[in-house]
Design a protein around this ligand. Structure first.
Ligand code: FE2
Length: 263
C-alpha cells in the first residue's frame, strides 16, 4: 500500500470515529476536535473561457461519437482553459497584460517567465487548438465543399485532393504519441502539411518546434490525441483519420484559406 493510500485510510478512520462521536452526542462537547477546513478557493475564471460546442455532442456521429465529444470538450478542453488561467493568475496579479485572442497570445509565450512557459505552452496551445478544431468540424452534409481557390491550391501544392488527404492522414498516423496533423498556409503563401507534438500549434513558430513542424497559419487541424478517438476506435487511429473527412467543415477551412492568403 502506498503512502497516499495509508493517508486516505487514516483520514477515513478519523471520519468514521468523528461521525460515531456525533451520533452519540459527544462531538460537540469535545474541545479537541479540529474545525472543518475552509472551502478551497474557486479556480481562476479568466482571462480565457471555454467556448461552447457549435453543435450538439452527437452531431458528428457516426464519425465521432457523442460520449467522446462530451469528454473531449467538457473535460479535456475545459482542463486546458482552467490550467491556463491558473498558470497566468499570479502573473496577471503581478501586472501582466494578456492578449484576449488566444491565437495571438500563444505567439508570445517566449516573453513570459521561463518557469511558466511550459504550462502556458501546453495549456494555451490546447485551448487554441481545440477552439479551432470544433469550428473545423460540422455534421455530415453540412460542411459544404472546398472553395475553387482552395482546390486549385491543393492541386498546385499538394498534388490534388486524394494525395492531400493521404498525406495528412499519414502525418497524423505517424505522429508518435500525442499531437496534431495540420494543413497550413506558409509565410510564402503555399499550402503544406505538417505535424506537431503535444499541443504545439503552427502559430507558435519558435525554436522549440520540431524541424518538420513548419510554422504558418493552420486552416485545417486534426487532433490525433487518443482522447479524440479512443472510445470508438481504440488503437485504430487510421480509421478515425479516414472517418473524419465526412465531418470536415470545408466552408470554414475555405474561409480560413482566403483570410490567410490576404494577410
Ligand atoms: Fe484533443
Amino acid at each position: 500500500m502506498d503512502a497516499s493510500l495509508n493517508r486516505r485510510s487514516f483520514l477515513g478512520s478519523v471520519a468514521v470515529v468523528a461521525a460515531a462521536g456525533n451520533a452519540f452526542g459527544q462531538a460537540q462537547k469535545s474541545p479537541g476536535l479540529t474545525p472543518a477546513p475552509p472551502p478551497a478557493p474557486p479556480a481562476p475564471t479568466g482571462p480565457f473561457t471555454l467556448p461552447p460546442l457549435p453543435y450538439p455532442p452527437d452531431a458528428l456521429e457516426p464519425s465521432i461519437d457523442a460520449e467522446t465529444m462530451r469528454i473531449h470538450h467538457g473535460k479535456h478542453h475545459a482542463a486546458y482553459v482552467n490550467n491556463l488561467n491558473a498558470a497566468l493568475a499570479p502573473l496577471i496579479a503581478g501586472g501582466l497584460t494578456v492578449d484576449p485572442d488566444i491565437d495571438v497570445f500563444i505567439t508570445k509565450i517566449s516573453t513570459l517567465p521561463a518557469d511558466k512557459q511550459t504550462a502556458v505552452r501546453n495549456n494555451g496551445g490546447g485551448h487554441a487548438n481545440h477552439s479551432l478544431f470544433w469550428k473545423l468540424l460540422a455534421p455530415k452534409g453540412k460542411g459544404g465543399e472546398p472553395s475553387k481557390d482552395l482546390v486549385a491550391a491543393i492541386d498546385r501544392d499538394l498534388g490534388g485532393m486524394d494525395k492531400f488527404k493521404e498525406a495528412i492522414e499519414k502525418a497524423g498516423a505517424a505522429r508518435f504519441g500525442s499531437g496534431w496533423s495540420w494543413l497550413i498556409v506558409t509565410p510564402e503563401k503555399k499550402l503544406a502539411i505538417v505535424s506537431t507534438p503535444n499541443q504545439d500549434s503552427p502559430l507558435m513558430g519558435d525554436a522549440q518546434m520540431e524541424k518538420n513542424a513548419a510554422t504558418g497559419t493552420p486552416i485545417l487541424g486534426i487532433d490525433v490525441w487518443e482522447h479524440a478517438y479512443y472510445l470508438k476506435y481504440q488503437n485504430r487511429r487510421p480509421d478515425y483519420l479516414k472517418a473524419i473527412w465526412d465531418v470536415v467543415n470545408w466552408n470554414e477551412v475555405s474561409s480560413r484559406y482566403a483570410k490567410a492568403m490576404q494577410k
